[in-house]
Design a protein. Structure first.
Length: 353
């Protein structure tokens, strides 16, 4: 086996082991909270397994960066502690080359993390919410709550229990002009998504203009908008963290419940978030130059671990500031990854000399 293959295998196996352990811990804590409810519904072990599988994408999002941090530390400690790095450096392998050998492992975690957040979770979240409602005890049925949201300049209030997102119930639409004044109020018991927009069945409406109010009703009415069934799924069945595709639709006139800064930041974080796995690898790279025959090795491990945890804290704070509009989306998403990668690179350059 080549040196690069050996290093990659050592790093990848330890990242995998650390991520699996962290996922297991998170799953245990998550199940501790819902297991009594699952048991009371008579779902048993199959129900717990079903819940755990549907929750897995969201838990992987939390475990991925920490898994890379812990796995990389263990891998580099093993290579340095067994003097294998000393032998590699004697044969002309630099710390930069070692880092490049391990990079595919962290990149694979970043790709899986992106797929979990942007592709799998948007499908798993509605399935989990629907399953949870359908298995509720008959004596205590899960209530279908109405939600208010924006669709372009319109403000709407509706509810739904349709996991496909193609029907809405108890729809109220408040249409506004460019100045924000209400120009029309529409109410319908049911709305169905069609190719032309949302078909409102037997709607009643009131139009407002300079001459007064003008009530009316119709057999059907079309609410032409960019609001899609996928947006309904996100609003009513989704997790708190939405996909970049949903955020993009919200900015283009799809359903929105939060400020535009939240959606703009979420689009940037779709790529910046998974890149945290690469940042963690860079932060642990100085361990390859540590000597574990003295206290210096333990110090390098402690500093790398502390830097990784600090990165998660700073990244989370900046993301929250970006979502609230306190800082620009670009800064909120990329400041922490760029700053901590630059810090790790500068330390590595200084140690390598």
């Amino acid at each position: 086996m080549s040196i690069s293959g050996y290093v990659l295998r050592t790093v990848a196996t330890r990242i995998l082991a650390a991520t699996v352990v962290l996922l297991g811990i998170l799953q245990i804590f998550d199940l501790l909270e819902v297991t009594p409810e699952i048991v009371s519904r008579g779902l048993g072990g199959a129900g717990m397994a079903h819940y755990a599988i549907l929750r897995l994408p969201r838990l992987f999002e939390q475990a991925a960066p920490l898994g890379v941090l812990a796995g990389s530390i263990f891998a580099f400690m093993k290579l340095a502690g067994d003097s294998e790095i000393v032998a590699m450096r004697a044969s002309g392998v630099s710390a930069y080359r070692l880092l490049r050998m391990a990079l595919p492992a962290a990149l694979a975690v970043a790709v899986i993390d992106f797929a979990a957040i942007e592709i799998i979770a948007p499908r798993a979240d509605p399935a989990l919410q629907t399953w949870w409602r359908q298995t509720a005890p008959a004596a205590k049925p899960a209530a279908v709550k109405a939600k208010a949201f924006r669709v372009g300049s319109d403000v709407a209030l509706a509810s739904t229990d349709d996991i496909t997102g193609r029907t809405l119930s108890d729809v109220q639409i408040y249409r506004r002009d460019a100045a924000g004044r209400e120009v029309e109020r529409i109410k319908a018991a049911r709305a169905v998504h069609t190719a032309r927009g949302w078909r409102l069945d037997a709607p009643t409406f009131v139009r407002f203009d300079a001459t007064g109010t003008h009530p009316g009703q119709a057999a059907q009415m079309t609410w032409a908008t960019q609001f899609e069934p996928a947006d309904v799924q996100t609003l009513f069945f989704g997790d708190q963290t939405i996909s970049a595709a949903s955020a993009s639709r919200a900015l283009k006139g799809g359903g929105a419940q939060r400020p535009t800064s939240y959606y703009a930041t979420r689009i940037q974080r779709a790529i910046a978030g998974p890149m945290g796995a690469l940042v963690m690898l860079f932060l642990t790279a100085p361990i390859t130059l540590a000597s574990f025959r003295s206290s210096r090795g333990a110090m390098f491990v402690a500093v790398s671990l502390g830097a990784g945890l600090l990165f998660l804290v700073v990244d989370g704070i900046l993301a929250a500031l970006g979502e609230s509009g306190a800082v620009t989306p670009w800064l909120a998403a990329w400041a922490a990854p760029v700053a901590f990668t630059a810090l790790a690179t500068s330390v590595l350059l200084r140690l390598e000399g």
